[in-house]
Every structure is written in structure tokens, then in C-alpha cells.
Design a protein around this ligand. Structure first.
Ligand SMILES: Cc1cc2nc3c(=O)[nH]c(=O)nc-3n(C[C@H](O)[C@H](O)[C@H](O)COP(=O)(O)OP(=O)(O)OC[C@H]3O[C@@H](n4cnc5c(N)ncnc54)[C@H](O)[C@@H]3O)c2cc1C
Length: 376
């Protein structure tokens, strides 16, 4: 194998490069349209969990959680297992979550239903009068997204990987069923393997290369407040309102909440989001009323029809691998994705056999995977 081109300098492209290097392969070029992390990676809520409702997500994220621990030692990325708590406000939600917890426990994820008083023990200062139960996931956690990308980038540079920012890929050149390289705004770059990990840009690059990927870029909204000393560790999810709150590594509270959006339109700030986010979380933390919002931004969830990523070789084109469509979970999934993909590229198969379920071919073959635990 001569040269691997990674399209996209987000956490997926960086982690894939990282595990290629760890496997001893260094002839890698990473091409990034803007700057490292500028897509979804630096806009994310930094949450990491395996409490999903499909075996594919659970196995992928359990592996990632194991690797996030190793990455803390290998690269110094700040990562803690502070847990997630799902706040439940209706009886039917509790009934629904009992089933998920049973499924998760069966697959090695130690979630459990807890009382409002137990929620309060883990989240001091919360008004628990609106909730009737919580679901606690002690395996879940959070990592610093800026340091995750930057420390990985530094490692790659120090190990001879070429990373070109401000380089836009237009299309993948394919001839006689195999990749030849990529056409960019800086000219043609030859490569034997291309990994399409361009997040929100993946659909367009694929389309320009006559490949249809079933992706939709769905605008998402998030804000951060001013900084505080650490008040509590878990990431909180208000399930009825599809909203979350997390105190990030630097001490700010980061809040996301779903507002009606259409896919594939420019992601623009909306006053409606600020009102909604404030209304939801002031109910749980009345003191938030006094807290200033520092910044509000938008980004995209790159969605697939079954809310699972597309990972692995694209079987009609030799040398082409895809790693996109993470449907809002690409940060947490990045280590396991890179780990499996690097092995797939170098040795012809992934490390986890469940990865075969995540290749593109599930769409033409109509093997959709079901996932319910998506929010924000
Ligand atoms: C508000 C919000 C909250 C989120 N919270 C979480 C969370 O808590 N946990 C979690 O796991 N995930 C979360 N996500 C999702 C997560 O951010 C993404 O799934 C993840 O960042 C995907 O990484 P990526 O490398 O695939 O994409 P990106 O980080 O978007 O990287 C792709 C890169 O490709 C580049 N690119 C695009 N087009 C081209 C081109 N033509 N040529 C060259 N380069 C190109 C982009 O500039 C970008 O830097 C959240 C997302 C949002 C928006």
C-alpha cells in the first residue's frame, strides 16, 4: 500500500489517522477544508455513552469508552466517566426506559432506574419536583473536544503525517472501479486508499463522485453559559423535551435543545432556541435564571435513515472507505471507528465483527438498524 488520503480533519479523520500510525503506517495525507475540528467536532457537547437501544451502537460505543481511557494516557486528552442521567417526567417514559435498561444490562451497559432523591445526591442544587425517576448510566462520560482534536493532530504531525488545512476536496477520482486520488482546490492528489470522513461535506463530495450516500445535514443548536467551579459531573437529559445540559471541562454549562429544523439548509441561530433551552433548564435549576449565556452556535447532525453511521469499505469502488453519518454521535464513536477502520484498511477486516452491519451496503440491501435513544 502506498498512500492513504483522509478527507476531513474532524475527530473521525484524526482518530482514523491515529490508529493507522499506531499500526505502523505513516504515509497519510489529511485534507481539511477549513481548520482542524472546525466542523461538528468543536461544536459538540462532548458526551460519551454506550446506553443505546441497538446492539451496533452499544458494541461500538463500549469499545470507544475503553479506548477513550487509553487515549487519556496515550495523548493526555481530558476524559472523565461522570455518568449520564436521563430525567423522566411521565409514567410511560419510565415504562419505556425499563425495557431499554433491561436490554442495555443484557449487553453489558450497567444503567439503572433511580429515584428523584438519588438524582439529587448526584446533582446537588437541582429542583427534583418535576421528575418522577431518573436513569443513571455510570459508564458514560465526557472528554474535552478541543484537546481531543488538537492533541491527536500534534501526535500525527510529530509522526510524519501530512495535514493540509484550507484544502477543499471536490471529488474522488475513480477509474475502472478503483480510486486514483482526489481533486482539490489545490490540484489533484494521488492516493491508493481514500477515507471519506468529511462530516457535513461528505454527501456533496460523494455526489460529485457519482456516489449517492443517504445523508441529511440537520441543523442543531447549542449554547454555553459563563464558567463555574464543578457543580456536578453527569450529563443530564430531559427526555420529554429532547434537551441536554452538561458542565463541560472548562466549567461552563453547555445546553442543547431540539427546535424544528429541515435538513440540508444553512444552520442559522434562532431566538426560539434560546427561549426553549432557558425554559427547560430553569425549571430544573431555578438559579440558572441569573446566569449569563456567553455564546450560541449551530452545527449539523449528519443523519442517516436509520440513525447509525456508515463505516467501512464501499464495495463498488476498490480503495474507498466511508466513515460518516454519525447522526449526532460521532465524537463518542471516533476512537472505536478509527481503531476498526485502520485495521480494516491495513489487514482487510475490522477488529469488531459487528462493524460489518454498519457498512453502506445495508441501505441497498434494506438491512436498517433501529435506534431510539437520540436527542438534542
Ligand atoms: C450541537 C451538537 C452537539 C453534539 N454533541 C455530541 C455529543 O455530545 N457526543 C457526540 O458523540 N457527538 C456529538 N455531536 C456530533 C459530533 O459533533 C459529530 O458526530 C462529530 O464531530 C463528527 O465528526 P466528523 O469528523 O465526522 O465530522 P466533522 O467534525 O464535521 O469533521 C469533518 C471535517 O471535514 C471537513 N470537510 C467538509 N467538507 C470538506 C471538503 N469538501 N474537503 C475537505 N474537508 C472537508 C470539515 O471542515 C470538517 O472539519 C454533536 C453535534 C452538534 C452539532
Amino acid at each position: 500500500m502506498k498512500k492513504i488520503i483522509i478527507v476531513g480533519g474532524g475527530i473521525i479523520g484524526l482518530m482514523t489517522s491515529y490508529y493507522l500510525v499506531r499500526n505502523g503506517f505513516k504515509d497519510i495525507i489529511v485534507l481539511e477544508r477549513n481548520y482542524i475540528g472546525s466542523g461538528g467536532t468543536y461544536r459538540c457537547a462532548t458526551g460519551i455513552r454506550a446506553s443505546f437501544t441497538s446492539r451496533e451502537h452499544i458494541e461500538l460505543m463500549k469499545k470507544s469508552i475503553e479506548l477513550w481511557s487509553s487515549l487519556r494516557n496515550e495523548l493526555g486528552i481530558p476524559y472523565i466517566r461522570g455518568g449520564y442521567i436521563w430525567l423522566l417526567q411521565k409514567e410511560e417514559e419510565v415504562k419505556q426506559f425499563k425495557k431499554y435498561v433491561e436490554f442495555q444490562n443484557k449487553h453489558g451497559v450497567p444503567t439503572k432506574i433511580i429515584t428523584p432523591e438519588e438524582v439529587l445526591e448526584k446533582v446537588p442544587g437541582m429542583n427534583i419536583s418535576n421528575i418522577i425517576a431518573g436513569v443513571y448510566d455510570p459508564l458514560a462520560g465526557k472528554a474535552n473536544c478541543f484537546k481531543a482534536a488538537l492533541y491527536t493532530y500534534k501526535y500525527l504531525i510529530n509522526n510524519g503525517v501530512k495535514v493540509f488545512d484550507k484544502t477543499r476536496v471536490y471529488r474522488i477520482r475513480i477509474s475502472q472501479g478503483r480510486v486514483e486520488g482526489v481533486e482539490t482546490d489545490k490540484g489533484f492528489i494521488e492516493g491508493d486508499v481514500i477515507v471519506l470522513a468529511a462530516g457535513y461535506g461528505s454527501k456533496e463530495i460523494a455526489m460529485n463522485s457519482n456516489i449517492h450516500l443517504p445523508l441529511e445535514n440537520l441543523p442543531k443548536h447549542a449554547l454555553v453559559t459563563e464558567r463555574f467551579r464543578e457543580l456536578f459531573k453527569p450529563l443530564l437529559i430531559d427526555w420529554s423535551n429532547s434537551s441536554y445540559l452538561v458542565q463541560v471541562n472548562a466549567g461552563n454549562f453547555l445546553i442543547g435543545a431540539e427546535v424544528p429544523e429541515k435538513p440540508d439548509i444553512p444552520a442559522r441561530n434562532k431566538l426560539e432556541f434560546l427561549y426553549r433551552a432557558a425554559r427547560i433548564w430553569i425549571k430544573h435549576f431555578p438559579w440558572l435564571r441569573e446566569v449569563n449565556i456567553l455564546r450560541y452556535w449551530t452545527g449539523y447532525y449528519v443523519m442517516t435513515p436509520d440513525h447509525h453511521p456508515i463505516i467501512g469499505p464501499y464495495k463498488d469502488v476498490e480503495g474507498l472507505y466511508i466513515a460518516t453519518g454519525f447522526s449526532g454521535h460521532g465524537f463518542m464513536a471516533a476512537p472505536a471507528t478509527g481503531y476498526n477502520l485502520a485495521h480494516w484498511i491495513l489487514y482487510g477486516k475490522p477488529i469488531q465483527s459487528i462493524m460489518y452491519n454498519l457498512t453502506y451496503s445495508r441501505f441497498p440491501e434494506k438491512r436498517y438498524i433501529k435506534e431510539i435513544a437520540v436527542f438534542g
